[in-house]
Ligand binder design. Sequence first.
Ligand code: SF4
Length: 488
Amino acid sequence: MKTYDIIFIHAPIIADLEKNTSVKIRRGAYIFIPMGIFAIADYLEREGFGVKIINYPLEKYIDPQWSLSEYLKSIEFKICAIDLHWIHNSFGAIHIIRKVKEVYPNAKIVFGGYSASYYHKELLQYYKNIDCVIKGDGEIPLLEYTKAITRQSSNLEDIPNISYKNNRDNIRINPIRYVAKDLDQLNFTNVELLKNHRIYLEESRKIMGISFNLAVGRGCPFNCPLCGGGQRAQQKISCRKKVILRSPEKVVQDITKILDNYNTNSVFFGHGTYPANLSYWKRIFKLIRNEKLDVSGDIEIWRLPLPKEMWREYFKTFNRRHSSISISPRTTSARVQQKIAKICDPTFQFPISQLQDLIKNATLFRMPLRIWLSLGYPFQTYGDILRDFKFTMNCLLKNGTSTIKPITIMSEPYYIFPGSPAFEAPKKFDIDLTHPSLLQIVDSFKNSSISFFYNVINYNSKYFSGHTIQTINKLLFLFAAPMFLTGS
Ligand code: SF4
């Protein structure tokens, strides 16, 4: 029997995959693992611990009859770490605890990730089988915790960033003292630690629409209203005050490793472009060209403008096969953007003229451009929704239905993430959160089902109910489908 000190399990996004054995899982099951897991798992392995990563939804994709319980019976381990980074995984993550405990009642259960960090007290309070929650950056705290548990030292008081239950089951909260300042010592591509890693790497694009997620940095300088990964949210969740980026050389080394070892030829960059970091991106692009890597790149624009020169750089660097550039203005309404800019982020501005420039450059360089809208965004009225439809129709007519003009408009309802500006102060955004507490959130995902669209939404805006928000986004998505089918 194979023995590990610690296993990592990535939970399914939908409630209980075991009830859906006949369903071939697709995008809605969200097989992606948070990028940091590979680095944390690698860090522990380098320190001499036996480590394995299990991707539950991937296993069910490969074999719908796969059983976590049966698999767990075939291995031994002392600690089970479950990522609760995206809140969508909350029910699945909680569900997994029971499965683990049925097989190994004495295993320690550790949670980590943004959402777990945000709800660290509640997780320990409401779920008796969770022993520890790692808050913020995880590599050092989890290493120290693993050392303490495997060496049977009860001394957890000095471990940074953990909240845990002591021997008397009392909750103890250690402060966040570890915030990584440099990521170049970490290895984000030790994918071999993942069970069925080859399939994960080679089929991600087919399942999820994008390929391997490559870590580029931690943090974000912006504060988009519904995002739990922005600057203020990070400061609250991880005590991270500023962005750190990996050295361009390390990023390119990782791309080389992925291309050399796996039958995949594209990467998704886990950090976006914005005016302050364009020279950093240029350096990465230059190194990719120097190495003559034949690779497609998926990259996001976090803030405008993106000068024509960057399009040219992008065009020179990546092959077109699977490349794309995405931007998420969420709404084309200048009025809505200005309101949001005033409340939480003065840089939240995506003027139509600059979006038109992007469309022009995407067409010129024949680079697929995806523009993400979210109807029902805070402050949007019926008039704003009609304007978004009109914008979409114009794109459809002028640019959309040809691979020569590869513009796609995507539309999705957005879940307001814990820690985001709107989650922290919903009234400022004229919205009601329908399930703000952790127990309500977990319950809301309990009955979700596999779907292309996110089918759980946690707010009503002043003008639209959550149900209407889902419906109008589906309508816009279908309306724009000809672009999606020809442009991507
Ligand atoms: S959505 Fe906005 S705040 Fe969140 S990571 Fe992207 S740019 Fe940053």
